[in-house]
Every structure is written in structure tokens, then in C-alpha cells.
Design a protein around this ligand. Structure first.
Ligand code: RIB
Length: 277
């Protein structure tokens, strides 16, 4: 049944993220909390893949007015139908895999990967590795494409090392493979992986960036406190949090308005973990 916003004084928004442990999502939540008008209540849930459908059902039963997916949209037609039948608009953030989505938040991930590749080559690196998780979300595929396409322009063929997970342990466990590959620079697919990898390499007697340069991705709040401080790609996560709220509130107010798209660029922050060779 169609629900009327006019009769409600507060708007309830459900936000689903893959994990609360990744700083990217902690920052996103903080940004949304900071930017939410007083009429908005939010409920934040983290959901591993196997619980996603249940999580969505329970949020719908609790009467959410809108949903925000910090993770991929479920590959399940029944869910899309349920949300449309209940008039619940939703927005998928940077991990967007939903072709039917009207409103979009777009982060130029191709550019993000490309910035790291340019940085390594400019510093003189030719033997380069990329450490990435087994399961790549759509945005990470673009991150990968940007990195590979740019290295290809310089005739550099990177070594691709696949970790089990996008996590500190995922990165940590790749340390020996990184050493065996004899590279001088590594792009870890997020700062968590970079952090784990750095610890693993140091445990095995390497120095960063003396022996190996490392770049991460996200610019988590701790990246500038690492020893050495971490070179990484800054995500506009605070801007994303504010944009997502205004897009979804606008959609609730004007359900028939044309598709809204917000695009964000990325930038590289150069710190101590990468060096010229
Ligand atoms: O660190 C978490 C990752 O998931 C980030 O790189 C961001 O792209 C998010 O989608």
C-alpha cells in the first residue's frame, strides 16, 4: 500500500553496510549522522551476504521509508519487487551493481586505480604488484581496470596477487607471496589490506618503503598515523554521506522527479610509505 509521508513527522531510513569493521563504513555512518536533519531517524545494520534478504525484510517490516545500501544490491528480483510495491526508494552507494537504479552516487574508481599506477611509475617502479580480494565488487573492478590500463600505457605488467579477503588478515597473509614476487611496489586494494601487509612484511624483515613501497586506498583516518604514514587514495566519504541523504530525501519528497546523479573524483595523498627508486 502506498504510504504517505505527510502523515509522518519522522522519516525512518535503513542503512545496510557490509561490515562495521571497515573504517570506510564507520566514516560513512558518521557523516550520515552528522548531516541528517532532525526529522530523520536512521537504523544501521551490517549484513553478510547470507543474511541480506532477511535484513531487508525485517527493515521493511519495521516500516522504513527508504533504504541505503553501502554494499551491493541483492541479486534477487523478489527484493526489488517488494521495495517497489511498498514504495520504498533505495540508493546503492559506490558498490552499485544495480542497473535499474535511477539515482546514483558515482565515484571515479577508474581514476583512483590510475592515480596509484601513475604514482608508482613516476617514482621509477617497474616491478609492481596489486593485492586484491577474491570477491571484487563493481567499484573494485573499475579500480582494477584503472590501475591495469594505466600501467599498460607504460608497458608495465603487474603481478596480481589474490587474497582471501579485503581485510588486515587478507593483506597479512600475502606477505610471503609479495616477497617471492620480487616487486618494489605494491598497491593494496584498501588501507586495511595495506596495514596487514605492512605488518607481515616487517615481520619478515622488510623495510617500508626501503625495500618495498606500499599504497593503499580509502585514506582511513589512521592512514596518516601509520609508521610509515600511508600513501593512499582519498575517498570523498564525508561528501558521499551527505549526498546520499539529500538524494534520498529528495526522492521521498518528489517520487517522480528525474534521475539524480552525483559524481565524485578521487585524489592521491602521497605520504612516507612510497619512495623513489
Ligand atoms: O574499504 C572498503 C571498500 O568498500 C572501500 O574501498 C570502498 O570502495 C567501499 O566500497
Amino acid at each position: 500500500a502506498a504510504r504517505s509521508l505527510k502523515s509522518k513527522t519522522t522519516i525512518l531510513i535503513g542503512v545496510i553496510v557490509p561490515s562495521f569493521r571497515l573504517p570506510f563504513f564507520a566514516d560513512l555512518i558518521q557523516s550520515m549522522e552528522t548531516h541528517a536533519p532532525s526529522s530523520v531517524r536512521m537504523v544501521f545494520l551490517s549484513s553478510p551476504d547470507n543474511h541480506l534478504e532477511n535484513t531487508i525484510h525485517s527493515l521493511v517490516e519495521r516500516g522504513v521509508d527508504a533504504l541505503i545500501f553501502g554494499r551491493q544490491f541483492p541479486n534477487d528480483k523478489a527484493i526489488a519487487q517488494l521495495l517497489s510495491k511498498q514504495n520504498i526508494p533505495y540508493l546503492v552507494l559506490d558498490q552499485n551493481n544495480d542497473e535499474a537504479a535511477r539515482d546514483k552516487i558515482i565515484v571515479d574508481e577508474f581514476q583512483g586505480g590510475s592515480l596509484v599506477a601513475d604514482h608508482f611509475v613516476t617514482l621509477g617502479h617497474q616491478k609492481i604488484a596489486m593485492v586484491l580480494p577474491e570477491m571484487l565488487t563493481q567499484n573494485m573492478l573499475e579500480r582494477q581496470d584503472g590501475f591495469l590500463a594505466t600501467l599498460q600505457k607504460y608497458d608495465v605488467n603487474p603481478i596480481i596477487l589474490t587474497a582471501e579477503k579485503l581485510s588486515k588478515h587478507g593483506g597479512f597473509r600475502m606477505s610471503q607471496s609479495v616477497i617471492d614476487s620480487q616487486v618494489t611496489a605494491v598497491f593494496a586494494f584498501n588501507d586495511e589490506m595495506a596495514m596487514g601487509l605492512m605488518r607481515g612484511l616487517v615481520n619478515l624483515g622488510m623495510t617500508i618503503p626501503g625495500d618495498i613501497s606500499i599504497a593503499g586506498y580509502d585514506d582511513a583516518d589512521y592512514a596518516e598515523f601509520f609508521i610509515p604514514t600511508l600513501t593512499t587514495v582519498t575517498q570523498p566519504v564525508f561528501e558521499i554521506g551527505s549526498a546520499v541523504l539529500s538524494l534520498i530525501l529528495n526522492r521521498l519528497k518528489f517520487p517522480q522527479s528525474p534521475p539524480q546523479i552525483q559524481k565524485f573524483q578521487l585524489k592521491l595523498v602521497t605520504r612516507e610509505s612510497t619512495r623513489k627508486i
